[in-house]
Design a protein around this ligand. Structure first.
Ligand code: NAD
Ligand code: MG
Length: 387
């Protein structure tokens, strides 16, 4: 393959769980992909190591205190080094980028994603919070710009894989699977006392801290329901969640003739990452293969939305629409930080979210400024509730 047929990739959040696995995929497929940009929040050491190995055109370190360290290491190698949030937003506009993989965590992904879409870059989207906060705006902008949003989240990749070849057929229902996390089957009395070490111990997936807590509280599934609504253009009552503790079926689509398609495999994020990068092609991989004999039973149960209130709150936010999912997301980000710094207990995270949803004013047709303000005001309110 000719060099200029390779896809040039910008990875936002290259030092995280998704970012490092994306680099593994790229390293295994040097004929297909090239790294154009790497960015990190504050892990200068890993960013430097990655840049030395993948030789990108530019890197961004958001934490400006780390600029000198990164500059001194990479400037002699002719790698451009930028720092700060503004640089993260402008770097995605570089002419040479074909696709931007958004692997940063939380609301911080919103502005760079908007900038990338405005610059006409296709998006491989891991940063689900961006679609939760502003799904309507993002999907409309992508449509207007002719930009594709390729899902990286394993459930949404599964749905996308089920829909490939079926885009002209109406979807009756999307069935998102959830592992149930480390506290599946536990009651409120138990959850009152759980520690962050217990919550950080996910049974099937090794992920960043924020999404691991979200998985334990089922907020991750709530965010994914909203993400699915925007990615696949379905109503909230067409999205169902089923608990599937083995995480082998990654999600399903039911069509209007009643047929259900599922995508299966061992839990390994490199597969959905690779598919998002290589779509519409499938590339060879040496990922471990699934063996049915190792899993004599795949089981399914209803989610317990009374004990795990976050999932219900997410459905409520989605049904109300407007800035409600933005409120839900901002309150949750502060609540997770509060739990991880031992300021609140596990169940109090849902209290913070529910209170914020009740207090912050509803805006039915938010502009981008409304989202920015809603996010800011919700964080202030959530911190007041916690402290
Ligand atoms: P992580 O915490 O491991 O990594 C986050 C990355 O973003 C790091 O490179 C960090 O430097 C950067 N970052 C963090 N805050 C930032 C900020 N304020 N500004 C700029 N950069 C910042 O997170 P992760 O587990 O890789 O998750 C990344 C995203 O992918 C999240 O939205 C998550 O929900 C989603 N996702 C993750 C997984 C997974 O298996 N880890 C699966 C599905 C979806
Ligand atoms: Mg997921």
């Amino acid at each position: 393959m000719m060099k200029d047929e390779k896809k040039n990739i910008a990875i936002l959040g290259s030092t995280g769980s998704i970012g490092t696995q994306t680099l593994e995929v790229i390293a295994a497929n040097p004929d297909h992909f090239e790294v154009e940009v790497l960015t990190a929040n504050s892990n200068a050491e890993l960013l430097i190591t990655q840049a030395k190995k993948f030789n990108p055109n530019a890197v961004v370190i958001t934490n400006e205190d780390k600029y000198a360290e990164v500059f001194e290491a990479l400037n002699p190698l002719d790698i451009k080094v930028y720092a700060g949030e503004k640089a993260l937003i402008s770097v995605v506009e570089m002419d040479t980028i074909d696709l931007v993989l958004t692997a940063l965590v939380g609301y911080a992904g919103l502005m760079p994603t908007i900038a990338a879409i405005k610059a006409g870059k296709h998006i491989a989207l891991a940063n689900k919070e961006t679609l939760v906060v502003a799904g309507e705006l993002i999907t409309k902008l992508a449509y207007d710009k002719g930009v594709n949003l390729y899902p990286v989240d394993s459930e949404h990749s599964a749905i996308f894989q089920c829909l490939t070849g079926e885009f002209h057929n109406p979807t009756e229902k999307i069935i998102l699977t959830a592992s149930g996390g480390p506290f599946r089957g536990k009651n409120t009395d138990f959850l009152k006392t759980v520690t962050k070490a217990q919550a950080l111990n996910h049974p099937n997936w090794d992920m960043g801290a924020k999404i691991t807590i979200d998985s334990a509280s089922l907020m991750n599934k709530g965010l994914e329901v909203i993400e699915a609504k925007w990615l696949f253009g379905v109503r909230y009552d067409q999205i169902e969640v089923v608990i599937h503790p083995q995480s082998i079926i990654h999600s399903m689509v039911q069509f209007t003739d009643g047929s259900i398609k599922a995508q299966l495999g061992l839990p390994d994020m490199r597969l959905p990452i690779q598919f998002a990068l290589s779509y519409p092609n499938r590339l060879d991989s040496d990922f471990q293969r699934f063996n049915f004999a190792d899993y004599p039973s795949l089981t399914f149960e209803q989610p317990d939305m009374e004990t795990f209130r976050n999932l219900k709150l997410a459905y409520e936010a989605m049904e109300k629409g407007g800035n409600q999912p933005c409120i839900l997301n901002a309150a949750n980000e502060i609540a997770v930080e509060g739990f991880l710094s031992d300021k609140i207990g596990f169940l109090e995270m849902s209290d913070v979210v529910e209170k914020c949803m009740g207090i912050l004013p509803h805006i039915s047709q938010p502009s981008i400024e409304d989202y920015v303000n809603t996010d800011k005001e919700t964080r202030i309110k959530a911190l007041e509730i916690i402290n």
